[in-house]
Design a protein around this ligand. Structure first.
Ligand code: F3S
Length: 715
């Protein structure tokens, strides 16, 4: 017996996606429930239940802590509002084709148009589309449209937009279009019929015409599976509509030499395999359908199932896949087209565009039409619905689709999987970006340009910089870091570098930060030399210290601050007041362009201690001081930091002494009188004796050279 399995048999894109989301939730241990049956198949529902994903009929059964999985048919506005009120986490598995209809309806209503939805009133998809909207009418046939337009004739001239249930047939669509175009004068028609259903029906019809018997697999409660069986019955006298292999008696097949098998969009692969194997002497041995229930579920979890679906029709003998060829002669598609009654010509051109086929690896551009947490949907202007999975948007695992895209954004991407049967194209923006980024890096290498990147890691010989996602190795000698500075300091910092070597085939790129720094320094130095003038202030960085001063980088050029210019205080070494790496304010004392020397100062004139001293004290004042240094001719005492005065040996006591240390000690604090201020030489003379004399005069005590010396202590 020749058995032909339809290429379109089994899960469609939307169902496959919904299952993947549900199985992912089960795998992640999320406490999730489906709102209604996720797909019309009891076997799948049982499998999900075994994995912990239960089903609730409505939100009254919701329990706090549960995550709601919305099925591929979608739900209406009131359900979303209720979910928000409940604060329920949601996994929205609404098929993107259905979501697109929701968006069209919202947009058209906002423009003040009335919306006609053509479909089964009680179908959950249609209920969801119409839910909560006043100016949305659902029609199951043209007669219902006629009735409404008779009772409300104003609608004939009002703006009206028409959308179709995704699973409606092309014939029904054409009938409706012909009808409304004759009656309404201001219409917009959106062809929202899903190609998956249409092609499944077409292929089933083609198979039914050629095969002696047809087996239709699907849940009997699924309207689409029922329609599939009906279609087959139109062209074939022997049709079995079954939910599983046990409903098919082998004896009933004995009389036939050719059998075709098709299956509804909710029929899992393990049922198709079971039926195929039961009928065939050669069970399907390849990965296409040779899968158990568990394996199939695993394939879904692995995201491999789409490929399985896209595999060529399975033939039990060498007969050519007629069904597949029949599909190629399909009528033109109008998916997503906005047909304006006044603009037939533009609609024709849209149709032209929609014929364009896509191939894997092609660069495409389109417009973002929807954003979900897991994908971004792109209108490519062709018959394919483009989508970018989250993993193909960005290299950044924390990236969120909604942060990167907005609806209406233009986007470019590569096609990485084209499914002509489903009418979908999986896209990758990441790959196109990577390609562009390599181009950028190569161009930067050729032009000796500068690129920016972030240092991601340190390794043995250097660091790795991520430049637009491309790893660039920078050898330690090219990091631009001073000697002995740990390279780990650069981790997570943004750096500018020059590409010094690229080998795209080996994915090897080498760069130099130092080269950029050297050039930046040279440019900065030229600027400094062209603008330098005495007194000009700079913010500089201390580069190195010597015993006589500090070298300070003022932007590409180093200047020297002499130790005496570092502080108003007397310091022994520059290291007493600055350290390498310090940022300090300096000003130009002098410079020599030819010798390339700059002398800098960093003492603030307002802090000049001599000015402070003269503002505060005058000759005759008695001031507290501290003995800081001894000389043979006297002792130096600090009056304020930066100003010392000399107490001459003759002014230390009111008698003759051998040396200052006989009377005073270093660090001693006492009161003295200022006897002279020399502004020019910035010298101060102090006297203890003057105070002793004054005290004696006041007490009328004659000086006795044999009496021990008197010093007036402050503390
Ligand atoms: Fe979506 Fe079409 Fe399937 S509308 S759920 S892909 S039949």
């Amino acid at each position: 017996m020749k058995i032909t399995l339809a290429r379109t048999a089994g899960f469609c894109f939307g169902v496959n996606r919904a299952l993947k989301l549900a199985y992912d939730a089960a795998e992640s241990g999320i406490n999730a429930v489906t709102l209604g049956m996720l797909i019309h198949n009891k076997s799948v529902a049982d499998d999900l239940r075994r994995r912990g994903i239960e089903q609730i009929a409505d939100l009254d059964e919701y329990r706090p802590g549960q995550t709601i999985i919305i099925r591929s048919h979608g739900v209406g506005r009131s359900v979303y509002e209720k979910l928000a009120r409940l604060g329920a986490p949601v996994i929205d598995a609404t098929c993107p084709f259905v979501l697109r209809i929701h968006e069209i309806v919202e947009t058209e209503l906002k423009e003040g148009r009335t919306v006609f939805v053509i479909g089964a009133r009680e179908h959950p998809e249609v209920e969801g589309i119409a839910d909560g909207h006043e100016h949305v009418f659902v029609f199951e046939n043209t007669e219902e449209i006629r009735e409404l337009l008779s009772s409300d004739p104003g609608l004939r001239t009002s703006p009206v937009s028409v959308v179709f249930q995704t699973t409606l047939t092309q014939n029904a669509k054409v009938l409706v279009i012909d009808f409304v175009k004759k009656i309404c004068t201001n219409i917009r028609i959106f062809d929202t019929i899903c190609k998956s259903t249409e092609k499944r029906q077409e292929e089933a019809a083609a198979l039914a015409r050629t095969e002696q018997m047809m087996i239709v697999l699907g849940d009997k409660s699924s309207s689409n599976s029922c329609k599939l069986a009906e279609t087959c019955r139109e062209y074939c006298d022997h049709v079995i509509f079954a939910e599983s292999a046990c409903e098919i008696e082998a004896a009933s097949l004995a009389a036939f030499t050719s059998v075709g098998i098709t299956a509804g969009a909710s029929t899992p692969p393990w049922i198709i395999k079971e039926v195929y194997d039961k009928m065939s002497d050669n069970p399907i041995a390849d990965a296409t359908t040779n899968i158990s229930e568990k394996e199939a579920a695993e394939q879904i979890l692995d995201g491999q199932f789409e490929q399985v679906q896209a595999a060529p029709a399975v033939q039990a003998n060498d007969t050519a896949p007629q069904a597949a060829e029949t599909i190629k002669e399909e009528v033109p598609e109008t998916e997503g087209a906005d047909i304006s009654a006044e603009d037939e010509e533009s609609f024709e051109s849209m149709l032209e565009r929609s014929f364009k086929t896509l191939t894997t690896g092609e660069k495409v551009s389109g417009t973002v039409t929807a954003i979900t947490p897991t994908e971004v949907y792109v209108d490519l202007g062709t018959k394919h619905a483009g989508y970018i999975p989250l993993s193909e948007i960005s290299d950044d695992p924390t990236a969120k689709a909604e942060d990167i895209f907005k609806i209406g954004d233009a986007v470019e991407a590569y096609t990485i999987r084209v499914n002509d049967i489903e009418g979908t194209a999986m896209l990758s923006k990441k790959r196109l970006d990577t390609q562009k980024n390599w181009d950028t890096v190569e161009t930067a290498y050729e032009n000796k340009g500068v690129v920016e990147g972030v240092v991601t890691e340190e390794n043995k010989g250097g660091i790795v910089v991520s430049v637009k996602g491309i790893r660039v190795f920078v050898p330690a000698s090219q990091t631009g870091l001073p000697k002995d500075t740990p390279m780990s300091e650069l981790i997570k910092t943004k750096v500018r570098l020059r590409i010094t070597e690229v080998n795209r085939a080996r994915r090897r790129v080498i760069g130099s930060i130092r080269s950029v720094k050297q050039e930046e320094r040279r440019i900065a130095a030229e600027k400094v030399w062209s603008e330098i003038e005495v007194g000009k202030h700079y913010s500089g960085t201390v580069k190195s210290l010597t015993s006589y001063g500090a070298f300070v980088d003022i932007g590409g050029v180093d200047g020297m601050v002499h130790v005496t210019e570092l502080s108003w205080d007397r310091i022994k070494s520059p290291a007493d007041v600055v350290a390498v790496g310090d940022n300090i304010d300096v000003y130009v004392i002098s410079f020599d362009k030819e010798k390339r020397k700059i002398s800098l100062g960093c003492k603030n004139p307002e802090d000049n201690p001599w000015v402070k001293f003269t503002n505060k004290y005058a000759v005759g004042d008695v001031v507290p001081v501290k003995i800081v240094k001894f000389m043979n001719f006297g002792a130096f005492a600090q009056i304020i930091p930066g100003v010392d005065g000399l107490i001459h040996i003759s002014q230390i006591a009111d008698r003759r002494i051998g040396k200052p240390q006989d009377v005073l000690s270093e660090g001693q604090e006492l009161e003295v009188q200022i006897t002279e201020i020399d502004n020019e030489k910035k010298r101060v003379s102090l006297s203890i004796r003057a105070l002793l004399n004054k005290a004696r005069e006041e007490e009328q005590i004659p000086a006795d050279p044999d009496e021990p010396e008197k010093v007036i202590p402050v503390f």
